[in-house]
Write a protein that binds this ligand. Structure first.
Ligand code: GTP
Length: 241
């Protein structure tokens, strides 16, 4: 099969795992997402995964409620480990080998994140689930996705969301919102579209990592891998280079 991307980093929000219950981990939803990822893995693609933790604990809102920011962020990072283990369990039940590598070492639970080890796992066809954020407070899981995507030599970062791309304004609130097929890093930044937080966005822009925002379900990730024009492509110019 002719694939546009052969090694990708997929970023999932933690909330995605909560399904309609809104918080926590909904096994049926996790199964659905893993089946979707499985259809991509079956194409022979190498995949690293970064999953947020917002379904369990959100560092920023903890800080807003008066917690020390670093403590709140560490709690958020631990939440990503729970999500990583849930996705690992489900992917392996569906027959896909995985390794969870955490930036915060907890060797009884998962492997420590070691870049060269992660690369070896990827080359053996294992899904590398990068847990524990960057291991540092003040960084989001979007920044983790940008960082891991670069160091694991991924061809692109796929931000899989509930929405099918980047819109000029919130499509759930404004019916006249327009979807971008492609947008340059500079335009996305200047228009303040809030695609990723500023640190994550600066990383992908400075290192020219393509970002695709698409739906998590419905086969969009597989279409992106094949090079179809789904979702929104963020890159240097205004074409899907
Ligand atoms: P290869 O080196 O390619 O054979 O990779 P591997 O991951 O299969 O090798 P290894 O023998 O290191 O790991 C066997 C199993 O132990 C895998 O499921 C790993 O995820 C797990 N494992 C390895 N290191 C650690 C660790 O530090 N902590 C935990 N909890 N599990 C580990």
């Amino acid at each position: 099969m002719n694939l546009k991307y052969t090694r990708v980093l997929v970023k999932l929000s933690g909330e995605a795992l909560a399904g309609s219950q809104g918080t926590g981990i909904a096994p049926d939803t996790v199964a659905e997402i893993c089946a979707e990822l499985g259809s991509v893995l079956a194409m022979g693609v190498h995949m690293a995964l970064v999953i947020g933790g917002g379904n369990i604990f959100r560092g920023l809102s903890g800080a807003a409620q008066g917690m020390e920011r670093s403590s709140a962020d560490y709690m958020g990072m631990l939440a990503t480990v729970l999500n990583a283990l849930a996705v690992q369990d489900m992917l392996e039940k569906q027959g896909y080998p995985t390794r969870v590598l955490s930036a915060i070492s907890m060797k009884e639970v998962c492997e420590p994140y070691i870049r060269r080890r992660a690369l070896r796992h990827l080359s053996k066809g294992r899904v590398v689930i990068c847990a524990g954020g960057t291991g540092n407070p003040y960084f989001t899981t979007d920044t983790t996705a940008a960082l891991r995507g670069m160091e694991l030599k991924c061809d692109c970062i796929i931000k899989a969301t509930k929405v099918d791309g980047i819109y000029s304004k919130d499509p759930q609130k404004f019916p006249d919102a327009v979807k971008y097929q492609t947008i340059s890093y500079d335009d996305a930044l200047n228009l303040r579209l809030g695609v990723m937080d500023a640190t994550a966005f600066a990383l992908i822009r400075d290192n020219r990592v393509p970002l695709i925002v698409c739906r998590m379900l419905g086969g969009d990730i597989a279409r992106v891998i094949k090079g179809e024009a789904v979702g929104t492509f963020v890159g240097e110019g205004n074409t899907r280079a």
